[in-house]
Write a protein that binds this ligand. Sequence first.
Ligand code: NAP
Ligand code: MG
Length: 408
Amino acid sequence: MRKIKVKTPIVEMDGDEMTRIMWKMVKEKLLCPFLDIDVDYYDLHIENRDRTDDQVTVDAGRAIMKYGVGIKCATITPNQDRVVEYGLKQMWKSPNGTIRAMLDGTVFRKPILVSNIKPFVACWEKPITIGRHAYGDVYDNREIRVPGAGRAELVFTPEDGGAPLKMTIKDFKGPGIVQGLHNTDDSIRSFARACFRLALDEKTDLWFSTKDTISKTYDAHFRDMFAREYNESWKEKFEAAGIEYFFTLIDDAVARIMRSRGGILWALKNYDGDVMSDMVASACGSLAMMTSVLVSPRGWYEYEAAHGTVQKHYYRHLKGEETSTNSMALIFAWSGGLRKRGEIDGTPEVAAFAGKLEKAAIGVVESGIMTGDLLAIAEADPRNRKVNTEAFIDAIADRLKELTTGNG
Ligand code: NAP
Ligand code: MG
């Protein structure tokens, strides 16, 4: 069989625990037999991050900036237990956080839908992608427990020595609480651009919602910056692609989403995105069916699974017990990255392979062959059976061979 040539190197970031085991299988069984692919490989295994003083993570981020597309396996974010478990020099930062800070990106999460697992919201026919602003607001706040009566004030002191801006928040008559939030125009603009870019790439409508009726300066500023960005840089492209940008109050958006058919990119402020992405994920069934892509306003992309390293399954695997861990989101990280690589390189055969890989994976689940997490939520069918981690990937490989040789 002739292998499909991937023109530009793909930045590959290997990871930890059960996802590292599956990553190797996916490469050996689903990619290498079909693709002539040059990878720029970075091993983000926790021990290698420790050995290199986390330089390997920074190098991986730089490589994504060089080549444009990276695909990442799940990695351990060390806590105290991990420092002891692996004898680490220090509690290294989350690789995702490091890479996100380098690429200045927005994270988009999208569920993988299969016909035999119905979303709990029956009208959702197409996936709902959440675009979450990952900067500022309540995640970078300052809070004070007010001990008793007194005045809380908001003060901004200009660097140039101009007159301070000052406002009373509350004249407290007794104890209470007070909080300060911020955001920056640079970050909001990046967020807006990443959302407009992805909506255009995927040809889906974009919704954005804030509480602008109540927060007439803060949330309204997000609304206005999105509107300006849209009118200046995206309106014509959206109209040409036949897609829509739509702003509405968050309450209204929530009500509409619950009655929509899906197929929407929903952009949300940091807190709203945190909460709503968990709602969409749980309505769609399993963490292992959620993909994640970091889109930078500079046109760099990093694909990964939304779940972690599946530590519990890994410990079972180490004990020699059989596991039934779901590789769907890892496979879709590869297909998403390959499709994007093919688009950027102008190699439609690579993008077509990505489509076949997804079709094979979805086809296997729809034929009733599934891992334990899916069996628990799939519609009852006598064909359904639970298979182990490797058998699931083997079944996808068989189907992929049929798709690539049969009508390929
Ligand atoms: P997790 O790896 O997402 O797993 C949590 C649970 O979700 C699993 O125990 C399993 O439930 C289920 N699950 C997740 N993915 C699955 C899959 N592919 N197939 C089947 N079941 C799946 O979260 P965690 O155990 O809390 O975290 C483990 C490590 O991952 C941590 O060190 C954390 O730092 C890291 N992490 C990394 C990333 C990332 O790199 N993007 C993201 C999150 C967490 P059952 O046990 O009930 O089967
Ligand atoms: Mg959350």
